[in-house]
Design a protein around this ligand. Sequence first.
Ligand SMILES: Cc1ncc(COP(=O)(O)O)c(C=O)c1O
Length: 764
Amino acid sequence: MLHSELIQIIHEHFGLTALKLTKINGYENQNFTINTKNKKYILKTYLYDSILKEELDAESQILEKLIGNISIQSPVPVKTNKNTYLYVHHTEKQSYLIRIVSFLEGTFLGEITCEASVSYDLGIAMSKLNLELKKHHFSSLRAKKSKWDLAHFDLNKPLLKFVENESLKSRIKYFFTKYDTEVRPTLTALTPQLIHGDANEWNLLSDGSSIKGIIDFGDMCQSYRICDIAICITYLCYDKRHPLEWMSDFLKAYHSNDPLTAKEIHILYYLVAARLCTSLCNSARSRHLDPENVYASSSQKNAERLLNLWFKYNPILIQNMALEAIGLKTLDSEIDAEKILNKRSLFFVKNLSLSYSEPINMKSAAFQYMYGLKGETYLDAYNNIPHVGHSHPLISEAIYKQQSTLNTNTRYLYHQLGDYAEKLLSKFPEKLCKVFFVNSGSAASDLAIRIAQAYNKRKKVLVMEHGYHGNTKIGIDISHYKYANKKGPGRQEHITKTDIPDTYRGEFTQENAGHKYAQKTIQLLSGVENEVSCFISEPIVGCGGQVPLAPGYLKELYPHLKAKGIVCISDEVQTGFGRLGFDFWGFEYHGVIPDMVILGKPMGNGHPLGAVVCSAELAEEFSKGVEFFSSFGGNPVSCAVGSAVLDIIEKEQLQNNAFLVGDYYKNELIKLSKDHPCIGNVRGSGLFLGIDLVHPNTNHTFYNLAQHVKNSFRKNHILISTDGPDDSVLKTKPPLCFNTENVDQVVTELNRALERFDYNKSSH
Ligand SMILES: Cc1ncc(COP(=O)(O)O)c(C=O)c1O
């Protein structure tokens, strides 16, 4: 519509003389400020829609009712000379709805750095507003369904496709999943009421210490007051250094007027996240439609920042802080913890070990964070099973969808088995073209030995010093780490152990160490080669203290063993699936191709999934024996999960992340070692690293120091463990979504822990 046309409408139908009409940018509809001689107004225009007409009419009626009944200013609607709130303007092409409201003078909360008192004042203002809104009922607003209403968060799901960053998309999806389980069941039990629905920093006026007014009631709808509170808290916390303090003050004030319930508080954490995700989905869509949209980009940045921070908060922490702020009883974690521990000692024996002298009670986890029962958040720098991240929504979705459709066994036909096998095998050299699915790394290593022995009809197994391959009978037999333990069963006669080719502390440390170690192993087998069935080893020996086999070792040894008919097995349970960064598999890291590969842990991201991958030749021989059947191995659910893991690694470029973040991690640790001579060696690749702690300027293991560091990490909420023959190597192998900020947290804490250690008191 032309300005002149509008000025005429304003005059004729609203009785105002517009001296100036200025377009306001940033709204989907055309909005203007009107300057008259004495006052300023806002003119809002909308394309005609009969439902919208009813909604706008209701909105204006409510605005009228708010005057004098709330503690802050709100826009006053201007009626037409026919005593209506809306003027319907028809043109040849289109009809419009036109309305005018008063303009509120003042400064937006988003424009100023405000004092902390604002949060309290906002709490009071919003409670009074909500108490007033609660009194009014309009069927048109009850019927309104908006994607900005957190009660209809799901309406934003279709917008996920506009989020380009796949990791961000997964994090948003996570909160969609949590909404289903945590929010929806509670929300539906609450009493609905009218809410403003968009009390963000650009809709609130403030003088820096208090709230003066609220504008834009366009998102008003029949929803739940806790949704409105969550929206308010989101924008209040957006850019704050200590957001939770602002949240607490707001809630304290709100509750003093309009008491909240524990049920509402329970879902607050997830509702704030839902609001952030709504904002992210919508700004992604806006940027997709208009890549130059500056507003969308800046709001995306803020929302992403707070979302990342939100993951660092344990939901229980938010819940307890909020409950405490309003004077309600917080959750009692002590009772739960005691019960859990009691049952554990009642039904289990003590060699089912627990980490730390004060064990951690875990409640939930998301991506690289784990949340304890007491409200504490742990940065997970240790667990490699949740390879693509704890509680990854695509894994949960894969399990749920397949489990609720079909879960059966390999004696029936279903496409998932072949599809997953094809996807998995595409990650291997052509020669490794057959797969057996089982349910653990142990089952895989057990089967691998059987396949090798069936192939060459030999019994002897060559194993690696400090190697670990599983908990079955065969698994223990071939794991030097277990059988040679002082409580272990000892070496079986058919087992030959070779020295770990360790270039840091081993016999050979020079450049040609790989060659020397290989020759030593060859020597060891001299005369008995024809009795040895297979050689099993990890590419980087985890339990040995993250020791990479010396460069060139496997490259020299494999051809020799293969020439003697010995099957070479690479245990990739720890090192596989892109963890090493540059290489997808550990055998690639060593430039060799084994005859057989064992998979486990990360393969199912926590779902029990393992596999043996081997050459057709080996599989063929094994197939002549008794039937191979695993009740759960390769079931449709496992296949769906395994397939999802591979998809996520690719989509979220997690191998590349392991490469980049791992490189940064290793370099930062090496830098730190310059200040701390007790860091003897930093080794490994990608996000599979070991930090060997030693008595300064020697390579003697330093058990007490490693335990001190591990425990101070625990105290400061970082999960990291120790391993190696003397339990003196810090082991870090986090989920692959670990980022450089996480690395900085670990390295800073390591520096602090090393600085705090009292060398005079500890000599071991
Ligand atoms: C290298 C290696 N192989 C095999 C296994 C056994 O896997 P699972 O515990 O799934 O049976 C493990 C477990 O820690 C391992 O680290």
